[in-house]
Design a protein around this ligand. Structure first.
Ligand SMILES: Cc1ncc(COP(=O)(O)O)c(C=O)c1O
Length: 366
């Protein structure tokens, strides 16, 4: 990323863009979708989708997953769309039956798309995309299946075409191991056709405008060359390790974190926020603390005394959970260091917890 950006007409720019497009398609496992890159964060990726698919009054079903689906629904509403929600149960993934029921109720097919957050980073919960696809099909509803893979791509398995996903949205800073600042959206022909019919002002985000062979038009201006250079390198790292191995590494490290939290939890002060094993994210773990424990204090002890950064609870989970991230550029030594730091902070705070690091090691040895 630190290499000198070239001028825009340099043939290496076009080659870099082509490499990033084809690498992203391979990662997303799609032959059918076109990939658009934006100089933006994940909210920019969301906005790209909304600007192309949501006109005034367009109904979008945004099933509850926690803070991030709530925020996306707010953004839909800010553009004049109608965000319909399904009931959300804390610590649980999306209920496919609720999605099917909402779509069946929509006999006039007003709902243009179902916006699903695959892994909600706030609740550390991953929903079952294949089950959601089946729910849409069972309701015989034409809604587009739009999936936010910001926190799951290159960590949990995701096969866009096989899952029947019409639009996928990602961002640079998580499993892609890059600095924040670049978002990408992959949209298939069905989605591009719906976008052509969306009546709403758009320019920078416009997929139709960006469908060009020229880099300058593809990016609606100067491409984010440093991010693209980083993306090419990140895709190379993933390819070298092998995507299946990348997924297996994430599953192995996540299982070690879950084992650690389960062991700590025997003291009664902590528990895994995500209730079912299958829905526990391989990217991030939310740890719920018992009333009377301040996770923000714990975070500051972990950071100041033990040099370990752990995340706090977002939205309604603020003050109720802390979160351990374990995705992207992550290995056993980094993870064990983190867990030891968290355990040290828990002990420093006098919170009953033993055996978490040992349990993590045992899990890694399985
Ligand atoms: C699942 C998910 N979607 C969207 C976003 C929004 O991304 P950003 O913070 O880059 O705008 C995040 C951020 O953490 C996220 O975890």
């Amino acid at each position: 990323m630190a290499r000198q950006p070239t001028d825009l007409a340099d043939p290496r720019v076009a080659a870099l863009v082509t490499a990033c497009e084809s690498g992203m398609k391979a990662l997303l496992q799609t032959d059918r979708a076109e990939v658009f890159f934006y100089s933006a964060n994940g909210h920019g990726g969301w906005e790209a989708v909304i600007a192309n698919l949501v006109g005034a009054g367009t109904a979008i079903l945004v099933p509850g997953t926690g803070h991030f689906s709530d925020s996306w629904a707010e953004q839909v509403a800010a553009f004049g769309g109608e965000a319909l929600r399904t009931p959300y149960t804390e610590g649980m993934p999306i209920d496919p039956a609720a999605v099917e029921a909402a779509l069946r109720d929509d006999s006039m097919h007003r709902i243009a798309a179902v916006f699903v957050v695959h892994t909600d980073t706030a609740s550390a919960t991953t929903s079952d995309l294949a089950a959601l696809r089946r729910a849409i099909d069972a309701a015989r509803h034409p809604a587009l299946f739009v999936v936010d893979v910001v926190a799951s791509l290159a960590a949990a398995p995701f096969a866009m075409d096989a899952l029947g996903v019409d639009v996928a949205i990602g961002a640079s800073q998580k499993g892609m191991m890059l600095p924040p600042g670049m978002a990408f959206v992959a949209a298939n022909e069905r989605a591009l056709a719906v976008a052509r019919g969306t009546v709403a002002p758009r320019f920078y985000w416009d997929w139709a405008r960006r469908r060009s062979e020229f880099s300058y038009l593809k990016f609606c201006g100067t491409p984010p060359l440093s991010h693209l250079a980083g993306l090419e390198a990140a895709l190379g790292l993933i390819e070298t390790e092998g995507l299946d191995r990348v997924h297996a590494r994430h599953a192995r490290l996540a299982a070690a974190v879950h084992a650690a939290v389960t062991a700590w939890g025997q003291g009664g002060a902590l528990r895994l926020f995500t209730r079912t094993r299958e829905a526990r994210s391989v990217s991030v773990t939310a740890v719920e603390v018992a009333p009377g424990i301040d996770p923000e204090k714990l975070r500051s002890v972990a950071r100041e005394r033990f040099q370990v950064a752990i995340a706090g609870g977002l939205g309604p989970l603020h003050g109720r959970v802390f979160r351990i991230g374990h995705l992207g550029d992550m290995n056993e030594a980094m993870l064990l260091g983190c867990l030891a730091g968290v355990q040290a902070a828990l002990q420093a705070e006098g919170i009953a917890c033993v055996g978490g690091v040992d349990a993590a090691i045992a899990s890694l040895l399985e």
